[in-house]
Design a protein around this ligand. Structure first.
Ligand code: ADP
Ligand code: ASP
Ligand code: MG
Length: 412
């Protein structure tokens, strides 16, 4: 189908009925311009957090299936209100839950993955010239149970729909003017980026830049969906996420800080084949994502193994690790919640000792100890103590000359 536009409005953009009415006008404007519009919305304002708090009031460990059932209601409030607002402007519109619009997922509650989108319903509603409003962040599994895609997952709903409908563009409306060189709410003089590659955006998002859900960028890259991130308040032109050719320049695109991690260490692990496998296979079986892994230098036939997990997975990961410790004859499990991951992202970083040198020198100048380092083609990450992380972010932003870029690249 031609001329399909997918738009997504985040929580703050639908934070009040007044804002919903304003957005309705923007949607209708696009419809009047001849586009077939599919809109994905998040829950209003802080609703998802409030629902989680309520769940915790009645059960300290809410069952995942029931939590998904509860959280999915947040988005249902927004879609129905937005559809009513659009109807009041005299346009045909229909709101659909994830299940109603054919978003099928696996059965992994709280972090389900989209397995298929059955587009029949969407296509038929679009053919009837209706605007479609879809509840973000949710789908149904093969038992018809409601699932959710993980916090921030509405971005992924939008890109998945754009890919399935072969939309010309997917617009992500949020509360800042686009993607900045780092979180503009922490570093006030961060620069707005005009254009960023899928690879760089995927790294930034995966490393903690919450402006886009990492899986949405992964999908956009896979299906070549052009993405634009912009503000629903100013409607300025925003940031385009697409293929970008930087040739052989070493470009520092931005910095990311993830404070939502924890480090687990298993002490005195016997140094023999199969031990790491046992531990990480068990974590994988329980769907726990593991990030930076290090094994220290062997002494007296024992090693220490450390790894980071998302803070939400900490309790479960510690429980699994403790079980494994007794099985493999290691000493004990310790963990640290007061750690953060600070990363620098940009094309060509792996070939540049200069970037690593600026990064490590800056931390040294601030008296910050680096607990762990990891790197890839386009990023370097360090685990440091959370207390000093915000200061380090601002300092590094300055040292990499990321302020006042006005659309230029920060080339090293
Ligand atoms: P929404 O509800 O619209 O999905 P989010 O809160 O999920 O909004 O994402 C937008 C927020 O992402 C911004 O308010 C900003 O604080 C944060 N953010 C973190 N890193 C960046 C970055 N590099 N560029 C822009 N925003 C960022
Ligand atoms: N409402 C969900 C959340 O707050 C999904 C989203 O906003 O993308 O995480
Ligand atoms: Mg978001």
């Amino acid at each position: 189908m031609d001329n399909v536009l997918v738009q997504k409005y985040g929580g703050t953009s639908v934070g009040s009925t007044k804002k919903i009415k304003r957005i309705a006008q923007n949607i209708v404007r696009n419809k009047k311009n001849g586009l077939k519009v599919v809109v994905v919305v998040s829950a209003m304002g802080n609703t998802t957090n409030e629902l989680i708090s309520k769940a915790l009031e009645v059960n300290k460990q809410p069952p995942s299936r029931e939590l998904d059932m509860l959280l999915a209601t947040g988005e249902q409030v927004s879609i129905s209100l937005l559809a009513m607002a659009i109807k009041s402007l005299g346009h045909d519109v229909i709101s659909l839950t994830g299940g109603q619009c054919g978003i099928l997922t696996d059965g992994n509650h709280k972090k389900a993955k989209i397995t298929e989108i059955k587009t029949d319903r969407l296509l038929s509603e679009l053919e009837q010239d209706k605007i479609i409003i879809v509840a973000g962040f949710q789908g149904i599994d093969n038992c018809n149970d409601i699932t959710t895609l993980g916090r921030g997952g509405s971005d992924t709903t939008a890109v998945a729909l754009a890919a399935a409908l072969k939309a010309d563009m997917c617009e992500i409306y949020t509360d800042v003017d686009g993607v900045y060189t780092t979180d503009p709410r922490i570093v006030q003089n961060a620069s707005l980026i005009d254009k960023i590659s899928y690879d760089e955006m995927l790294e930034l998002a995966s490393l903690g830049s919450s402006v886009l859900h990492p899986r949405s960028v992964e999908l956009a890259r896979k299906f070549k969906v052009p993405l634009v991130v912009k503000s629903s308040f100013t409607m300025n032109k925003g940031t385009i996420v697409t293929e970008v050719d930087t040739m052989e320049k070493v470009v520092v695109r931005g910095l990311a800080l993830d404070q939502e991690i924890a480090k687990i260490s298993i002490l005195e692990v016997p140094d023999k084949p199969g031990i790491a496998y046992k531990l990480f296979a068990e974590l994988a079986k329980n769907n726990i994502g593991v990030d930076i892994i290090i094994q220290n230098i062997n002494r007296n036939s024992v090693n220490d193994i450390s790894f980071t997990v998302k803070i939400d997975d900490l309790d479960e990961a510690v429980e699994i690790s403790e079980k494994i410790v007794s099985e493999i004859g290691a000493k004990k499990v310790i963990y640290d919640k007061a750690v953060s991951k600070l990363s620098v992202v940009g094309a060509g970083i792996s070939g540049s000792a200069e970037v690593a040198s600026i990064f490590f020198k800056s931390l040294y100048e601030l008296g910050i100890n680096i607990q762990t380092i990891s790197s890839s083609q386009i990023k370097i990450s360090c685990i440091i103590e959370t207390d000093k992380a915000l200061k380090a972010l601002t300092y590094l932003h300055d040292k990499f000359h990321l302020s006042g870029l006005n659309g230029e690249d920060a080339v090293i």
